[in-house]
Structures are given as C-alpha cells and as structure tokens.
Design a binder for this molecule. Sequence first.
Ligand code: SF4
Length: 472
Amino acid sequence: MTRPAFELPVVGATPVDHAANAAAFTADAARTTWHDESLWFVREKRDRAAASVPEWEALRARASAIKEHALTHLDEYLVRFEENAVRNGMQVHWARDAEEHNRIVHGILADAGARRLVKSKSMLTEECGLNPYLEARGIEVIDTDLGERIVQLRGEGPSHIVMPAIHLKKEEVGDTFHDALGTPAGLDDPTALAAVAREHLRARFLAADATLTGMNFAIAETGGFVVCTNEGNADLGMALAPVHVASVGIEKVIPRVEDLGVFLRLLARSATGQAVTVYSSHVHGPRAGQALHVVLVDNGRTRQLAREEFWRSLKCIRCGACMNTCPIYRRSGGHSYGSTVPGPIGSILTPGIDLQRFASLPFASTLCGSCTAVCPVKIDIDAQLFRWRQRVVDAGYVPRSKALAMETSVRVLDRPRLFRALGAVARLGLRLLPARVERLLAGPWGDARELPAPPSTSFRAWYRRNRRGGRR
Ligand code: SF4
C-alpha cells in the first residue's frame, strides 16, 4: 500500500490545555493518590494474567501481525465483511464521518418509529456525539453499562475507555443515585447501588424500541461480529429489542474466525486481568423478526491510515492497558485529555483528528515506554508520541516561550565553549540564589521538587580528574 506524504490534520478551535486540566485534578491530592492506586492495582492484575500465559509474547506478536495485515488490506476485508454480513441478513451502512453516522442511526430509528434506545458501551458513539444528537431529536438514550450510566446521570463523559467512572468515589456514585434515582441519602454500598441500577435498567431494557451496540471484532470471513462485555447488558439489549444497530470503526475488521482466539485471549487479560470477558457474544445475523443494521464508520481513520508515521495506532483493540500503566494518566485523570479516548493511545489518535486542538496531548507523557511494553498489539506508542511532538512543533502549535527555550538550547549545545561558560555561571548562581527563586526559575516543574545542591565542578572536569587519569 502506498501512502501519501504527511498530511496536516484539520485545524479546529479551543485548544485543550492538558497541563491546566491536570492541575485542576491534582488539586485534590487524596483523589489523585486513590486514582493512581486504583489503576495501578489493575495494571498489576494485568501483569499476573499475562505472566500466567507462557506464550504471551508470541500472542502479542501474532496479534500485531494480524492487525498489520488487516490494516494494509482493509479495502478488501471491509468489502468481504459487507458481502458476508448482507448474506447473513444484516443491512450495512457506510459513514464517512460522525455527522453521517449520527444521521444514519437516527434515520434507522425514525423509520422504525423508535423513541427509546438502550445502548451498550461504544466509544465510537461517544466520539461521534451520538447521544446529544439523538436526544435533540426526541429520542431517549439510556447507556446500560453501569459505569457509563453513572457518568450519563452526572452529565459527564467517560474518563476511561474500559472503566468509564473510575474517577468517582463510591460516595459520589451514592449521591448521584440519590439525586437521579431516589436512593436513600448516604447509601454508598456498591452491592446495594448495583442492585438499584439493575432494577432501574431492567425497566429500560423491557421498554426499549431499539438497541445499539459496538463491536470488538468484525470478522470478514463470516460477516459476523463479536461484542465483549462484563455485564451482559449488550446481550440483553440484543435479545429484547426489535431493532439492533451495531456501530463500528472500520479498523475493527479482522480477516478470519481463527484470529479471534488470539485477540480474545489478549483483550480481557490486558484490560482487567481477567482470563476472558464474562460475555463474548457472537452475532451472525438478526434474530427472527429483528432488523440488524451495521454502520461502518471512517471519521478520520483513513486519514490516519495514510500517515506513514501513525497508521499503526489503528491496531488498537481498546483494552485500556496503556492508560492503567501511564504515570501521567494515573495522576491526571481521563477528563484532563479533553478527548473521547484519553491516555497514551488517545494522545496519538486525537491529534490526527484536530492537531491544533489536541496539540498539548503528545506532551502529556514521560516517554517512559511503559505503554508500549504492555500494549497487546505492540503499538510503538511512545515513539509515535515523540513523532507527534515534532509535528506539533513543525506546525507552530507550541507556546512561543517553549519554542524560544528550545532554540536557545540548540544554540548553546552547539557551542561547547559557550556551554562550559554558562555551566560555570549556572553552578555559581544555583549556589547563591535562594531556593524560592530557583523554584520560580524552574516553573511548574520546580513546584513539586527540591533541586539538588549544585556540584562544585562540571562533570567534564570531574571526569578528567577521576576517570581518564584512573584508567591510564
Ligand atoms: S494502544 Fe494498546 S494498550 Fe492502549 S488501549 Fe490500544 S491496544 Fe490497549
């Protein structure tokens, strides 16, 4: 497949300031610690689950290769999927962008006279802004994944792609249920709250005119698809509603049924440390009397596929492992990214949609590579983040002060004498200046750090005295 030279993404409005959003999150130190620890707990469960599979690394390599093959033959596999899905009795629609996706879904519901939709977790529909689109047209949309329902009742978006309400404490969930569902004030026992949610959602399932699910994998060979959940909510919707809409990003197609085993073994272990998701439901066609519509959505994916430096990001199977391990995500919360998919992978995908708006995200990383180490499909996440930084600088979207500092650094590092002279001045200055001024000079970086005492001499001089001489 030949790809065109790098194409600058669409330019949008209101840039996301990740650092400012993160500062707001970390102002609550207790929440930051608890959020960090909760995600690290999941990361450790993932490590144990991965270690229990001797061929784990071989599985990762296989999954990566399958995705690479599927993405480089996407045109063939999508058409094959469509042909087989239609043969299975599904109606297949193609959406170029979010607006077209929403219009198609609304058209399907309107044609069926559907006014009440139950939805299982679908980050794609979050990306497309489907809920507000349908609600503005008089359709009631109920998110049925428990975490999604909690954030929906609060008027928030999910903060994590697998655990949408991970930023909330049980007391906050209790308050939300008290306000929205009339539970007793102060009730925050998770089991009791889950029982209330079950009752509340069951009535919605029974009254629904239609259901919408995502797809974890669309299988070209059979025209079937697989939906993975832990709560069985997608299954209940599919079993009860007369109309089923399944929305999927075009990158989710895999060639063969036998590929599924590779991904299903990796997905749940990477996501939550489970051996497999509780429900991995295979759909091969509509139930008797049910209409089943599949909407294949591009929304910027073919643009990303055309970018030599970033197309491998489309291998993502949305397990969330890169978020659970990321030291920035764990300490800044998902909402600080201002994007549907937060964390390391979101910081690669979203600049491809709107570079100006999401220019701060590739910098929300230590580039430690922990994300790359856990990714089940071996995406080189940290390398791609680094490349996006270069693109952001090329496009002129870094603050002038930062660009100036970098330009000055280049000039100094290019001139050894100047570098040595400034080093001597800095060592002296750091000894004489009060710590308060030093912290000021270090900016936000210095807020949480005590600078070490400056050395009396340069490394170069120390090396000359101690090592060179010592070896001779
Ligand atoms: S980039 Fe990898 S680790 Fe992150 S969500 Fe996607 S598949 Fe999981």
